[in-house]
Design a protein around this ligand. Structure first.
Ligand SMILES: [Zn+2]
Ligand SMILES: [Zn+2]
Length: 287
């Protein structure tokens, strides 16, 4: 079985149309494609779906579902950011966009004491550095703590199906501000995994940083994946494709890696909810 539950298109920051992605997925023998545009945001963001395009998004996916009926399962999702009291509630998003599921991902961090200023985790390195210095007075523990606190409250308040690229906050750190082996950082990770475990949320293993050569490991990294396996937290693999040519990037290899780490099953969406399928079902596709 081949699947992609974290997929972008040109309606947000992707480069292929949804038609192109579905056609390619069907050609490659995928069983399921879930579209997950960046949810509309309260601040101007080039990379997010516009509110005025939400209906087009809904209708386009309905049309594609009809066109690919019995050949490819197509699902409607969003990758949504969460800032307490600022972002639209996931419950509301599920309702207005008739979603099959939601990926909760933090790309923007706030300092609640300094409203309307944000720390952007993507974009140029200077965004990252400026956010730490201006919003958190250079206090990296406070900045990282706020990122994981947003993840924890998102899980408790908004109940996303999946946590997107859980430790992406380290992407631009490059061992400059702290090391991931630091005790304080490991404590935050353990605390966050405990919240995830309690809520029954799925953790995705996001491959995008690797195949774009922006980062040497998956988000989250192998150390955290091992902790998830030990805690029996459900896992799924996300290529996070933004172009039809990326759909399989690292996908089968990652399932082989997971098997070597002792994982038996991954989570896939089946139209009614999430079920576990053997990692072997993915690995054996390649023969
Ligand atoms: Zn993302
Ligand atoms: Zn994404």
């Amino acid at each position: 079985m081949l699947y992609s539950f974290h997929t972008h298109s040109e309606l947000c920051d992707g480069k292929s149309t949804m038609e192109e992605i579905c056609a390619e997925a069907q050609k490659l023998g995928f069983s399921a494609i879930g579209f997950s545009s960046h949810a509309p945001l309260f601040i101007p963001a080039q990379w997010a779906l516009k509110f005025e395009n939400l209906n087009a998004y809904i209708n386009k996916i309905d049309t594609l579902k009809q066109q690919h009926k019995n050949k490819l399962k197509i699902y409607r999702a969003l990758e949504a950011d969460y800032i307490p009291h600022k972002t639209i509630s996931f419950k509301e998003l599920r309702k207005i966009a008739q979603l099959d599921y939601i990926i909760g991902s933090i790309h923007i961090v706030e300092n609640p004491d300094i409203p309307d200023n944000f720390w952007f985790l993507d974009g140029p390195d200077s965004n990252y550095e400026e956010g730490i210095s201006t919003l958190f007075n250079g206090d990296i523990k406070k900045a990282i703590g706020q990122y994981y606190s947003q993840i924890q409250s998102m899980i408790n308040e908004e109940k996303p199906d999946i946590i997107g690229h859980m430790d992406k906050v380290v992407m631009k750190n490059k061992d400059r501000y702290f090391r991931q082996s630091d005790n304080w950082y490991q404590s935050i990770i353990d605390e966050t995994l405990e919240v995830i475990k309690q809520a029954g949320t799925i953790v995705e293993i996001n491959l995008r940083g690797i195949y774009r050569k922006k980062y040497p490991t998956t988000f989250p990294n192998a150390n955290i994946i091992k902790k998830c396996i030990a805690l029996k937290i459900p896992l799924t693999v996300s290529v996070d494709a933004h172009h039809k040519s990326e759909l399989l990037n690292g996908f089968i290899q990652q399932h082989k890696t997971l098997k070597e780490m002792g994982l038996e099953n991954v989570s896939v969406f089946n139209g009614n909810g999430w079920e576990q399928i053997p990692v072997n079902d993915v690995i054996n596709v390649s023969g």
